[in-house]
Write a protein that binds this ligand. Structure first.
Ligand code: HEM
Length: 232
């Protein structure tokens, strides 16, 4: 695949849809990796900060972040462009409804709204976790932020928007890329739903710290020691 081919994709309507699909799948992959990274919070401060240290000390990370930014930008720009074209075309065809691939579901009918919600969420996420002073340590920064109700409400809403977006976006992307087969499509659909449900994990992490389950389990674990010292 050369740069000429990619540039040609921008020029046709189906090409733009394919770019949106391909970048969407790459972003879904990133979300799964990011979820796994954040599950390290449950292993404790050493593990989480240790992993972030490995990432930040690796010179390749900056290029990966740049690649991720480009993928996000292509996905967003193609999304707006494709939507705009669909709207113009449906007006030309006297308000004919958009024909969603895979039938009409909550996920498909809310794609635009979940996309807008995710954009707002992501801006908030970057402003609160990415472009801030990290001197207190990443673990401290994340877990102390999750003690706040409003903060967690935004994270839960973001995770739900992401789950809904992927519940349709995942399978739709495969269809756009031409993978439409009576044997594989049901498997892709189910995989899409599983990936979508996994995204609720982001909400679970934030709620876990809001309710102080980490503190409760720390107390439970220290109880035998407390008892031992009392007995002694
Ligand atoms: C429990 C929920 C989450 C936690 C604790 C979390 C944590 C973090 C942290 C600490 C960073 C900054 C890393 C750095 O400065 O290098 C980050 C970056 C990022 N997060 Fe999240 N995140 C969560 C959910 C999400 C969700 C739901 C999305 C997408 C909708 C997302 C997308 C991103 C992106 C795109 C970056 C920038 C990439 C990077 O700098 O490595 N995150 N996240």
């Amino acid at each position: 695949m050369n740069i000429q081919f990619i540039l040609r994709l921008f020029k046709t309507s189906i090409g733009r849809k394919m770019l949106m699909a391909a970048t969407g799948l790459l972003l879904a992959g990133f979300m799964l990796i990011h979820l796994a990274e954040n599950l390290l919070l449950f292993k404790g401060e050493k593990w989480y900060n240790g992993w972030v240290d490995i990432l930040l000390s690796n010179p390749v990370t900056i290029y990966l972040e740049l690649g991720l930014l480009i993928i996000f930008l292509i996905h967003i720009i193609m999304g707006v462009w494709v939507r705009w074209e669909d709207w113009i075309n449906s007006r030309a065809r006297k308000y004919e409804k958009i024909n969603y691939q895979g039938g009409r579901t909550i996920g498909s009918s809310t794609m635009l709204y979940t996309a807008i919600a995710l954009l707002i969420y992501l801006t908030y996420h970057m402003l609160t976790f990415r472009f801030v002073d990290h001197s207190i340590g990443f673990y401290q920064m994340v877990t102390s932020a999750f003690r706040d109700k409003i903060f967690v409400a935004i994270y839960v809403a973001g995770a739900i928007a992401l789950a809904l977006h992927l519940s349709h976006g995942f399978q739709s992307a495969f269809q756009t890329l031409g993978l439409n087969h009576e044997k594989y499509t049901p498997v892709i659909k189910i995989t899409g739903y599983i990936v979508a449900i996994l995204m609720v994990g982001f909400a679970f992490i934030s709620v876990y710290y809001l309710f102080g389950f980490d503190l409760k389990s720390a107390i439970d674990m220290s109880e035998p020691k407390v008892l031992e010292t009392i007995i002694k």
